[in-house]
Design a protein around this ligand. Structure first.
Ligand code: ATP
Ligand code: MG
Length: 244
């Protein structure tokens, strides 16, 4: 059974009475354990798609099924409960809470989900160790590099062992070394079974996904399967073809 499905997903924003169509009918099905990358020019609707898939915003038309649950059938608080249990979200700009320590940032979604503090702390310690941040638990986000902050954001996204990890340009703000480290972590978590859907502008990042979806003007225009081995040439060739 797919862990994530979208049917005819559409989103039109209204700003100052003007309709801005951001998604124009998207169909998607993600199976457990998949690693999917979404690419496309700025403004084509990638972040909008991710927000709708996570239930952070509601579609104008169409529906999302998360872990078999139809988001349209749930009210806001039921959606929040489902989201905490099933979705980890990594934002481009990390979105850590500045006046909380690393440990408290990572724990927060776990505590909000109502899990016992000791259990959450144990999972956090394990994640911080995996992410090379064991000695940063008591630091504040401002004391960390961009790459470290993004790793904290990844730990926070994984604290509830989500069914699916959604990431919006997780390496977009990082230098190439930090970006490579974050990418290596995504690959490792995927190898361990974590389902991942990420948005990226970077052909190298996309080339590690087994499936790459290309978007344009709010639609999926093409899809390719890769060996997942990190050869960007194939992705670049497809990008050139799609954006022509
Ligand atoms: N809250 C909003 N209100 C009005 N328009 C919006 C809003 N959010 C996004 N848009 C518009 O919807 C379209 C899609 O935006 P979106 O952020 O999904 O694109 P994107 O593919 O993520 O772009 P980028 O690569 O620059 O992050 C754009 O035209 C954008 O201006
Ligand atoms: Mg975006």
């Amino acid at each position: 059974m797919p862990v994530l499905e979208a049917h005819n997903l559409q989103k039109t924003y209204r700003s100052d009475g003007v309709a801005v169509p951001a998604l124009r009918g998207v169909d998607l099905s993600v199976e457990p354990g998949e690693f999917v990358a979404v690419m496309g020019p700025s403004g084509c609707g990638k972040s909008t798609l991710l927000h709708l898939l996570a239930g952070l915003d509601s579609p104008t038309e169409g529906e999302v099924l998360l872990d078999g649950h139809r988001l349209n059938d749930l009210n806001e608080s039921q959606r929040a409960v489902l989201r905490r249990r099933t979705v980890g979200f990594v934002f481009q700009a990390y979105n850590l809470i500045p006046n909380l320590t690393v440990a408290d940032n990572v724990d927060l979604p776990g505590l909000l989900a109502g899990r016992p503090a000791a259990e959450v702390a144990a999972r956090r310690a394990e994640l911080l160790a995996t992410l090379g941040l064991a000695d940063k638990a008591d630091a504040f986000p401002s004391q960390l590099s961009g790459g470290q902050q993004q790793r904290v954001a990844i730990a926070r996204a994984l604290i509830n062992t989500p069914t699916v990890l959604l990431a919006d340009e997780p390496t977009g703000n990082l230098d190439s070394r930090s970006g490579n480290e974050v990418l290596a972590l995504f690959r490792r978590f995927n190898a361990e079974g974590q389902t991942i859907l990420l948005v990226t502008h970077d052909p190298k990042v996309a080339s590690f996904a087994r499936r790459v979806i290309f978007m344009r003007d709010g639609r999926f225009v093409s899809e390719m399967h890769t060996a997942g081995g990190g050869d960007p040439a194939q992705v670049i060739a497809k990008l050139v073809e799609v954006e022509r």
